[in-house]
Design a binder for this molecule. Structure first.
Ligand SMILES: Nc1nc2c(ncn2[C@@H]2O[C@H](COP(=O)(O)OP(=O)(O)OP(=O)(O)O)[C@@H](O)[C@H]2O)c(=O)[nH]1
Ligand SMILES: [Mg+2]
Length: 338
């Protein structure tokens, strides 16, 4: 790898290994994609949920009567799709009320109202990061393999394109290879990565990175963190410490925490989210691997039970498949068959 020695060379695109260029290009392409491409991908990514979840819901609404069996079957279908008890109960109660008030008798007449209710649970379509001045520090947390690195790469590229100077901190000092992996992305994206050796104190890495971000006048520092330590208790303790140092050094108002969760882990994703939220107070969620599950209802469970905004969703393996979460488009993609 001849181009790793000097930064000037790494900056010269022609000198970059082809593989790296391809990766960076894939991210770029997505950013430049037209709306249709984005929606098509979303739909493809939600195909399993459409088949395994929405098709069943739709068959419930094809029943001939709104009776106890109708509600029971709907409830069962929602629970099976990881919508969660709370969101399911609320949805059913809402429907019952509307049926009574508006004297609806045909399940089909209720289907659109149901979709609207789902849409309402998902809340508003907010910016990924709150607008800021000076330095913003985004701490990215989540268990190993959830998609933190993919999220970091995507966001780095996003904010670079907006003209921000982005710096990365290799705060996963536990997993072998985690530092190298982030450095590799740093090269692809032409971003400096602040790191120490494997096994170093993650809070010290964060501290260094903030000093570097300040002296280099960076706009955004993204801090990668460990997804696993010897015990879960240790992990939460470490994350709290990192979070505290960031707040101290950069100012509380500068910090945001993004939790990355894997949708295919179902209710476990919800439990993880609760744990991380308790430890470091999460501001937003990236929900990855929706393409790998038929239980897309987890989106509703997370929103309803934690009341945390979902900022990004992953609908495919590539960084390009990580999309801004748009509740309108999400519901449309979920309920549109062709
Ligand atoms: N199918 C699918 N795969 C995804 C998605 N998001 C991430 N992946 C894949 O999941 C794997 C793990 O993603 P990473 O971004 O490396 O996850 P991480 O949290 O950084 O993992 P560690 O660094 O090992 O803790 C990679 O192979 C990604 O390509 C998604 O939305 N859909
Ligand atoms: Mg990683």
């Amino acid at each position: 790898m001849f181009d790793f020695f000097k930064k000037d060379e790494a900056e010269n695109k022609k000198e970059k290994p082809e593989e790296e260029l391809e990766e960076a290009d894939k991210i770029l392409q997505d950013e430049e994609e037209v709306e249709k491409g984005f929606f098509q991908r979303l739909k493809e990514g939600l195909a399993k949920s459409r088949q395994g979840f929405i098709d069943k819901v739709s068959s419930v609404f094809n029943r001939s009567n709104i009776d106890d069996d109708f509600y029971e079957e709907l409830e069962e279908t929602l629970i099976q799709a990881d919508v969660g008890v709370k969101a399911t109960m609320d949805l059913i109660a809402d429907l019952e009320q509307i049926v009574e008030e508006e004297e609806i008798t045909e399940p089909q007449d209720l289907y659109e109202i149901f979709q609207e209710k789902i849409r309402n649970i998902l809340g508003e379509n907010d910016q990924i990061l709150k607008p800021w001045q000076g330095l913003k520090v985004l701490m990215v947390v989540g268990v190993n393999g959830a998609g933190k690195t993919t999220t970091i790469a995507k966001l780095t590229h996003r904010y670079q394109k907006e003209g921000q100077k982005v710096l990365l901190a290799a705060g996963d000092t536990f997993r072998a290879g985690a530092i190298d992996q982030l450095q590799e992305w740093g090269r692809r994206l032409n971003t400096d990565v602040i790191s120490q050796t494997e096994g170093a104190d993650a809070a010290a890495v964060a501290y260094d990175a903030i000093q570097a971000a300040k002296s280099r006048e960076a706009d955004l520092l993204i801090v990668d963190t460990a997804g696993r330590l010897h015990t879960q208790k240790n992990l939460m303790k470490e994350l709290k410490k990192v979070r505290r140092i960031i707040g101290q050094e950069a100012g509380e108002e500068a910090v945001e925490v993004m939790l990355v969760v894997d949708a295919t882990t179902g209710q476990n994703a919800l439990n993880q989210a609760k744990l991380f939220h308790e430890a470091v107070s999460v501001d937003g969620i990236t929900l990855t691997k929706l393409d790998g599950t038929a239980r897309g209802g987890i989106v509703l469970a997370i929103k309803k039970e934690l009341d945390l905004p979902i900022r990004l969703i992953g609908v495919g393996e590539r960084a390009a498949d990580l999309q801004d979460f748009n509740p309108d488009k999400f519901v449309e993609a979920l309920f549109t068959n062709n």
